[in-house]
Design a protein around this ligand. Sequence first.
Ligand code: ADP
Length: 244
Amino acid sequence: MGGRDATMVLLDENGIRCDGRKVDEPRRIMIRAGGLKNADGSAYIEFGDNKILVGVFGPRDVHPKHMSDTDTGILRVRYHMEPFSVGERKNPAPSRREIEISKVIKEALEPAVMLDKFPRTAVDVFIEVLQADGGTRCAALTAASVALADAGIPMRDMVAAIAAGKVADTVILDVNNEEDQAGQADMPIGYMPSLKKITLLQLDGVLTPEEYKKCVDVGVKGCELVYELQKKALHDKYFGKGDE
Ligand code: ADP
């Protein structure tokens, strides 16, 4: 937040956003299940200009052993941005932000994964952000969920994610990088569409109680759209593509 470019028109008089979208229009989303032959499961997502690859490994033995849990499996998530993923080269060392995002994605996936089915083992989720343009945590969470399903990990539901937000006092769906930087609020939401449960909700910015409720509603509807694309990606891989 904070209005990096105060002159940018985030919403014009016709209700059109800086990248030409309507307020409730998500960016173009393409999800592919599979693709990495050395991973147990994988997925690739393009979410607007975000490009993210996810590899899942496991369930497998935990090293060091004392990290394992005799009652349940554990989920480990590493979110990593490539140095070339943003305009100015990013230091390849894990940043505070990457450690935080790894943690929130792990916690957003845990309610969906049946970890109790594979005690003493770990499932590792490696997320590589190849290109970032705002909303990478949502895109990564969405792809990680597809990669876990692709790995055959038992799950209660998928987790679909998208951000709602506010620009020019208007609630919008799917916040891009400019809107994130110069807008008024950004609310990433992760949602289990069949169980109708939210597993990730963060808020950067200020909203009235009414705007807060509207953001949650708009975000959940967006997650339902994303969910359809997750299912399509898995369907395309396992049953072949429909008529395209
Ligand atoms: P998210 O990607 O989930 O929206 P943030 O709100 O922290 O997470 O980041 C917003 C956007 O800022 C990122 O998607 C990326 O485009 C950009 N960004 C993040 N870290 C850096 C960085 N080190 N250098 C340049 N841009 C960055």
